[in-house]
Every structure is written in C-alpha cells, then in structure tokens.
Design a protein around this ligand. Structure first.
Ligand code: NAP
Length: 284
C-alpha cells in the first residue's frame, strides 16, 4: 500500500482511466468531478468522494487535475470552493490538462505564495494509452517536486520527463499536438484521395500499416475510419483548443494555419466526436 494520499480532479475520457491506474497501484485516492455521475465507477473501485476541490486538497498530499481547458483550471483553483479557497501548505499540485503555458506560470506562482508546489504535466497518448499506463508525460516545474511525484506519474505513463520550468510541459505538449493535427488531416486526406481513385479504405490502411509510414496513430484512427466509428477518444473541440493555444504562443507556419482552419470547421459540426471525424468534414 502506498502511503501518499492522492486527490484526483476531473473524470472525463482521460481522467477516469488515469485515476484507475493509481487505485490499481494501491494508492489511496479521493476524487472530485463537477458532474457527480462520473464518480460512481471510481467509488466502486475504492476511491472516496470529495464534495468540493477544497475538501479534496485538505484531505490529500498530492492533487492531480485532468480537466478540459484554461477556464476549468481557473474555476478549480479560484472558484468559491476551489483549491485556493482554503489554507494549505506543502501540497504538490500536478496539472495534467492541456492548457496554456501562461496559466501554468500564474498558478505556479500563486501556489508558491501559499507554500505549495505546482507542476504542469500534460500527456501525449489517448484513452488506450491511459488504460494501459503507457502515456508520455512532459513536466514543467521544480526538480525536487518532480522527483517526489515521479513514481506516481510512472504508474500512468511509460515516460515521465522534466523538460524545464513551469509552463515548459505545456509548451512541449502544444508542439506535439501541432504534429497530431497534421497527422490527422494527412491521414484523412490520403484516405479520401485513395477512395476517389477507387482504392478501398481497408486495402489502403493495410498497405500504410505495413509500410514505413504506418504507426500506432494510423492503425487506431484507420480502424476508426473503417468502422465509421467517431466516438471521442480525443474530441475535435479539444484539438481546436490546442491549436488556438499554440497560435497564441506564436506558432506561425502554413501548415499550422491550414490545420487550425480545417479543425475549426470540423469542430463546428462534429466538436464532440473524435479528432479523426475530420474525414467527414473534408469529404463534404
Ligand atoms: P473530457 O472527456 O471532455 O473531460 C473534461 C473534464 O473536465 C470533465 O471531468 C469535466 O467535468 C471537466 N471540466 C470541464 N470544465 C470544467 C469546469 N469549468 N469546472 C470543473 N470541471 C470542468 O476531456 P478529456 O478528453 O478527458 O481531456 C482532458 C484534458 O486532457 C484536456 O485538456 C485534453 O486536451 C487533454 N488530453 C486529452 C487526450 C484525449 O485523447 N482525450 C489526450 C491527451 C490530452 P464534467 O464531467 O462535469 O463535464
């Protein structure tokens, strides 16, 4: 049994399987989610439930957050019942959500004023990798805090790497998701072109996945296109959020502009569906 008490905030597509890894590893876990129905599965696995973020931080040693965006982070820290609404010290708060480097720097500074520690630790990988503890975790913050929680992060990921000070984890993540958008649009356009030439999607994907350009992404998203199944593992609305964050950080290139336009169009219609539902928009 691990003695560190972990508080978990955010039980969406990623938060649920990630928190499950910690329960399976023997940690004592308390969870909080805005929508209470999503807490049930974790309770059945042995987690306790906090009514509010402030109850959660008081009761635990390490607080991990996995929510949508900057607005959600603002609410969780600064809301009436948020993490900053109660006095605490010595806590390590790990924000694994994909948010802007600037909000991480702000929250890190406010945590430090309260004698708590903040790490930004966004992840690469999706639901499948979260379910198997195979995420890649990129961390920004103080090395001593990182070293303390590294064993916890390694229960969720195959790699947990410190890349710089606060905000650096978020910057690395925005860079990676710019490539993710290029992959998704590239795969969708390739399938549509081949189909127009009379090549079936199954045949094309079999060729790609056996060729040097095949990878886990083309396998998983190719299967989704073949099955016509666009249930969100990573929602279109989230990639648009990330591409906008990258733009706000100064990314400027022909491909970055193209993918932002493409995914913004796709999200307007299919925002709750998976990133690869972009194929439906490009087909129109
Ligand atoms: P999701 O399924 O949309 O879940 C979002 C979570 O955030 C839910 O628990 C939601 O609570 C909570 N939330 C949203 N707004 C809130 C607010 N104002 N106050 C409190 N809680 C709020 O998202 P996800 O796919 O798990 O992704 C979570 C983060 O990981 C995002 O930043 C995403 O970009 C990133 N990410 C996702 C993937 C992926 O493949 N899905 C991969 C890597 C990184 P409710 O249940 O109440 O709505």
């Amino acid at each position: 049994m691990n003695t560190t008490k972990i508080g978990w905030i955010g039980l969406g597509n990623m938060g649920i399987p990630m928190a499950e890894q910690l329960i399976k590893a023997g940690y004592t876990v308390m969870v909080y989610n805005r929508s209470k129905d999503k807490e049930v599965a974790l309770k059945e696995m042995g987690a306790s439930i906090a009514k509010t973020p402030n109850e959660l931080i008081v009761t635990t040693d390490v607080v991990i957050i996995m929510v949508s965006d900057n607005a959600a982070i603002d609410q969780i820290f600064k809301g009436a019942e948020g993490l900053f609404s109660v006095e605490t010290s010595g806590k390590i708060i790990i924000n694994m959500s994909t948010v802007s480097p600037s909000i991480s720097k702000e929250m890190a500074m406010l945590c430090k004023e309260r004698e708590n520690f903040y790490l930004d630790a966004p992840v690469s990988g999706s639901v499948k990798q979260a379910e198997t503890g195979q995420l890649v975790i990129m961390v920004g913050g103080e090395e001593s805090a990182f070293n303390q929680v590294k064993p916890i992060l390694e229960k969720m990921g195959k790699l947990a790497k410190l890349v710089g000070g606060n905000g650096a984890g978020n910057s690395a993540k925005l860079a990676i998701n710019s490539l993710l958008a290029l992959y998704a649009q590239g795969l969708a356009e390739t399938v549509l072109f081949a189909n127009e030439q009379g090549i079936g999607t199954d045949d094309l994907l079999e060729l790609i996945n056996n060729a040097a350009i095949g990878n886990i992404f083309t396998k998983i998203k190719g299967d989704a296109i073949i099955a016509d199944n666009y249930k969100a593992a990573f929602a279109l609305k989230h990639i648009v959020k990330d591409l906008n964050l990258a733009k706000a950080e100064g990314i400027s290139s022909p491909l970055a502009e193209t993918t932002l336009n493409t995914f913004a169009d796709a999200a307007a219609k299919y925002g709750e569906e998976d990133i690869i539902a972009v194929v439906k928009q490009l087909k129109r």
